[in-house]
Design a protein around this ligand. Structure first.
Ligand code: FPP
Length: 254
């Protein structure tokens, strides 16, 4: 899409109603590679440009939290060659982009079973998270070795441990307690969830957190995702009525 057309979309976005948190299931790298007669890894490598587009687009319109599903618990079952290449790509991308992240005041964050990541990958990630910790413009959260069922199981285990230790009264457990024991305890729930590549699934991603999120699906494969698509999703979101279980009349009156 021409730059002018992307700018026109951006100009139509109502800044006061931009979602605070956008989450994205980046999908379709493998199919993009196949379409281009390339190895799957080339699809992932081309997905890095889309990560940059999503991040800069989100920053430009004032999104405060962007969360990307970069590697699921289930992705460990892929061929070793692909898993290794994805981990290398993650390290390389974080190293290559760190200056840009600092210049744009991006705070890097990660959720998931980070202990399961290869040592070099974990170390690079920890360094980047520590060095960007004071940045305030936008928080970029990478979901790595993440799945909701893993996260929910871990939350139950940690709540049970506190109950067993006598530091938590079971009667006092409420939705806040649950939220505080999830990996996302320090970030708000997403208002908008985007999935690329035409698949209409949630795939074990932020199941608790997306209770009231608006969902936006696009057939665009992740390596072809550009700012334009993010802006289209946000405009679509702004055209929806979010009722949170109330009636339309109640929403209009409030
Ligand atoms: C899904 O496509 C994509 C992934 C499992 C990995 C996403 C990783 C990147 C975009 C690389 C860079 C990311 C960061 C954060 C540096 P798929 O392989 O499932 O595609 P398919 O469904 O077409 O096979």
């Amino acid at each position: 899409m021409a730059e002018q057309a992307t700018d026109d979309l951006k100009a139509r976005i109502e800044r006061a109603r931009v979602p605070e948190h956008v989450a994205i299931i980046m999908d379709g790298n493998g199919r993009w590679a196949q379409l281009h007669g390339e190895h799957r890894i080339v699809g992932h490598a081309n997905g890095v440009r889309s990560v940059r587009e999503a991040l800069t687009g989100a920053t430009e319109i004032g999104v405060r939290y962007l969360t990307l599903y970069a590697f699921s618990t289930e992705n460990w079952n892929r061929p070793k060659e692909e898993v290794d290449a994805l981990m290398d790509l993650l390290v390389k991308t974080v190293v290559d982009e760190i200056t840009e992240l600092q210049e744009n005041s991006v705070r890097l964050n990660a959720i998931g079973d980070l202990d399961s990541l290869p040592t070099a990958c974990r170390a690079t990630l920890d360094d980047a998270i520590a060095s960007t910790a004071k940045n305030e413009r936008i928080t970029l959260t990478l979901a790595l070795s993440y799945s909701s069922r893993w996260e929910i199981t871990r939350m139950v285990r940690s709540i049970a441990a506190e109950v067993k230790a006598g530091t938590l009264d079971p009667e006092k457990i409420d939705e806040r307690t649950v939220a505080q024991h999830l990996c996302t305890h320090n970030i708000p729930d997403p208002e908008l969830l985007i999935r690329t590549s035409g698949e209409l699934r949630i795939s074990n991603f932020l199941l608790w957190q997306i209770a009231y999120a608006e969902l936006w699906f696009t057939p665009v494969l992740w390596p072809d995702f550009r700012k334009q698509h993010l802006f289209e999703a946000v405009l679509d979101y702004q055209g929806r009525e979010r009722r949170f279980g109330k009636t339309s009349e109640q929403i209009t009156a409030s």
